[in-house]
Write a protein that binds this ligand. Structure first.
Ligand code: CU
Length: 509
């Protein structure tokens, strides 16, 4: 148990184990950081040399769009159905060899051969049929993160797909659910490993009546990080090593940051143009404090879609698993460049906080082109109504205590149901983080509204399926269990924590 934990119901033996582990960690962090530093230097040299080599090997391409600009949005899944309001796609998860880093090949896993996987684009009201085949040599699932769908289609650890086997995921996209979501594996204990190998992809749900002008260009920016060796291989720590222990504590963080699979890509924008950026945090544990210095965002949506009205924001804190929608306007002169940055964010306990946590990291470049400005677009002042869930109708208030590695003092047990609730019930959950590092909370199946964070009322309503609960803080949410009975997971979305048992089961019946 952590020394700063308020929780008391943990036995002495466990405290000793934690204490010994902490001492081991402290002794070994220095070695680890030296190793990371050496890796960083080698990687920086490698990235610099491969970028130069790449440019030299493409004669005559000086005036062409760089490849990373043209292909920043991941490919789309091909709809094989000719029936109206039906999207039928095939997804295969399989080992593959591809280039994640310029000039290097990586043994990865991919959905349909690409990292990130191809984007699932659907409309409200569509019937979605996904024919999934698992060509990995271990069980997996596809979880449709944030989508309100039947239990059997959730891709949770309750429905693993064995190696060589297939499963159809079938659901209908509910009205009002337009937004940005993502999909990823969710088997018991192995989610972090499989996502680190390359299995994640975006989902865009389009509204029948999107209030934003159709002429606005869209970018799907899936943020992820990975720890790569200089030879391009994915660096997984040895089991039970100090490195593994640090990962288990902090959550895995990578030395290379990717935007939709690209390292430091460039987005081109015309002066006066407005772009809609859908941003997904697909990282295992990293929190992105997003900013473009001197260039505020118009924040228009969260996990479950658009807000009621736009909100100006200088910074956006995007926790693990969360999504935002932003409008970005080209205000610079032609040829000027701006960088989207991840500013330092301290989510760590002091004992294992990385030395370089204060480093600002560059994510992508925005370059203003010399093309003439497009026709101005009008951004509506009101997007849609988000009716508040009624606190007076709440029939239960639950307390979820996040301690290190446990929820309410327990580790995940697939045979246990932690909470039971009737279908249609409205409930309030108070998620208390009693330890000194952030834990991002995720509930499957149902979108919720955040009521308050540490007693401060949420400034504006939005639909959410994730809420990052900072160290020693409490977030309260309200949720209504509409439409779908079943066993729904709730968990910390730091993948290492989830895989090591920070997960529980809500049964709705
Ligand atoms: Cu956690």
């Amino acid at each position: 148990m952590l020394p700063d934990s308020k929780s008391t119901n943990v036995c002495i033996e466990k405290e000793c184990v934690w204490l010994v582990r902490r001492v081991v960690l402290l002794l070994t962090v220095a070695t680890l950081e030296l190793r990371i530093l050496i890796q960083k230097i080698m990687l920086a040299a490698l990235l610099a040399s491969s970028v130069t080599l790449g440019a030299a090997s493409r004669p005559g391409s000086a005036h062409a769009l760089p490849a990373d600009v043209a292909s920043l949005n991941p490919p789309l899944l091909v709809n094989r159905s000719s029936r109206p309001k039906t999207v039928e796609v095939n997804i295969v998860a399989a080992p593959t060899r591809l280039s994640l880093m310029p000039g290097k090949m990586t043994e990865a896993y991919a959905y349909n051969g690409s990292v990130p996987g191809p984007t699932l684009e659907v409309r409200e009201g569509d019937k979605v049929i996904v024919h999934f085949r698992n060509d990995l040599d271990e069980p997996t699932t596809i979880h449709w993160h944030g989508i309100h769908l039947p239990f059997e289609a959730d891709g949770s650890p309750f429905h693993p797909v064995a190696p060589g086997k297939s499963r159809d995921y079938v659901f209908t996209v509910r009205p009002g659910s337009a937004g940005t979501y993502w999909y990823h594996p969710h088997p018991d204990h192995r989610t972090g490993f499989l996502i680190a190998k390359g299995l994640y992809g975006g989902i865009i749900v389009r509204a029948a009546d999107d209030p934003l002008p159709k002429s606005i260009a869209e970018k799907l920016l899936i943020l992820s990080d990975n720890r790569l060796n200089p030879d391009g291989s994915i660096d997984f720590p040895e089991p039970r090593s100090h490195h593994a222990a640090v990962d288990e504590e902090n959550g895995r963080e990578g030395n290379v940051l990717f935007v939709s699979g690209k390292v430091m890509p460039t987005i081109r924008i015309r002066r006066g143009e407005v772009q809609r950026w859908r941003i997904v945090n697909a990282s295992a544990s990293r929190v992105y404090r997003l900013a473009m210095p001197g260039h505020p965002f118009m924040h228009i949506g969260n996990d479950g879609g658009l807000f009621e009205h736009p909100v100006d924001a200088k910074e956006i804190v995007l926790g693990t698993g969360e999504r935002v929608e932003l409008l970005v306007r080209g205000t610079d002169k032609p040829g000027e460049r701006r960088v989207l940055r991840a500013l330092p964010y301290d989510r760590y306990i002091p004992q294992t906080r990385p030395d370089d946590w204060k480093t600002t990291r560059d994510l992508l470049t925005v370059e203003t082109t010399s093309e003439p400005p497009p026709a101005p677009v009008l951004i509506p002042a009101v997007f849609r109504a988000i009716p508040p869930l009624d606190i007076a109708k709440a029939t239960a208030t639950r307390t979820i205590v996040f301690s290190q590695g446990m929820i309410n003092g327990k580790k995940m047990d697939m045979s246990r149901v932690d909470f039971t609730a009737p279908l249609g019930a409205t409930e309030i959950w108070a998620i208390e983080n009693v330890v000194g590092m952030d834990h991002p909370f995720h509930l499957h199946g149902f979108q919720f509204q955040v009521l308050d964070r540490n007693g401060v009322a949420e400034k504006f309503r939005s639909w959410k399926d994730m809420v990052n609960v900072p160290k020693h803080e409490t977030a309260r949410i309200i949720v209504r269990y509409d439409n779908y009975p079943g066993k729904w997971m709730f968990h910390c979305h730091i993948l290492d924590h989830e895989d090591h048992g920070m997960m529980g089961v809500l049964e709705v019946k």
